[in-house]
Design a protein around this ligand. Structure first.
Ligand SMILES: C[S@@+](CC[C@H](N)C(=O)[O-])C[C@H]1O[C@@H](n2cnc3c(N)ncnc32)[C@H](O)[C@@H]1O
Length: 182
């Protein structure tokens, strides 16, 4: 199934794939910001349910080194809730830290998990460890910013270390990565 994804231009092709492969499935996006990708997923995965998790809280710069780590980030939660209201119960938004939110879900629960929160090596690894058990067999697992030694992303290091030997598809340098749980 990973071979189908290999022909995709970028992550924007994923939601239609979800609709085709995971009818009435359930997914989660970790790191929502202003809801851009969450809305794209919900728009094209018309039969799916999707959770969005974000702390929407300014963090210590030593923990979260990202231009988005701004003092007004707290106001984005309400903005996102309004944006996704049109999807009714198909989209649920949790204002929580990702690792904490993982405790709300049983193992083998999600068809699709997309990690796009804190891109430090440590946080990326923690998110992978917390959410990989939550993926169903046959599910699609991935995330954004698979970059090496970028100032704000060490996702590649965490992914390569955790999934050593597994087939990972990277859409293009410093873009989304995906694997399918066989
Ligand atoms: C790159 S943005 C997400 C962009 C979004 N996925 C999109 O494509 O439209 C990263 C978001 O992750 C959130 N974040 C960072 N660390 C987090 C953590 N440990 N738990 C929850 N959210 C976190 C930030 O608040 C920020 O809104």
């Amino acid at each position: 199934m990973l071979s189908e994804i290999k022909s995709f231009y970028n992550r924007n092709d994923i939601p239609k794939f979800l609709e085709k492969k995971y009818k009435s499935g359930v997914g989660i996006e970790l790191g929502v910001a202003l809801g851009q990708y969450l809305v794209e997923i919900a728009t094209d995965w018309t039969s799916g349910r999707i959770y969005g998790v974000d702390c929407w809280e300014q963090q210590d710069a030593t923990v979260y080194n990202d231009p988005l780590n701004m003092s007004n980030i707290g106001s984005w939660c309400e903005h996102v809730k309004q944006r996704v209201a049109v999807f009714n119960d198909r989209v649920r938004v949790y204002k929580k830290y990702t690792v904490e939110a993982a405790k709300s879900f049983p193992d083998n629960y999600f068809d699709f998990i997309y990690i796009d929160a804190n891109h430090s090596y440590e946080a990326s690894l923690e998110d992978i460890k917390a959410y990989y058990p939550k993926l169903k067999k046959g599910g699609l697992f991935g995330g954004h910013d698979y970059c090496e030694n970028s100032q704000t992303s060490q996702v590649k290091r965490a992914v390569d270390e955790f999934f050593e030997g597994r087939e990972i598809h990277v859409m293009k340098p410093c873009s989304s990565w995906f694997l399918i749980e066989e």
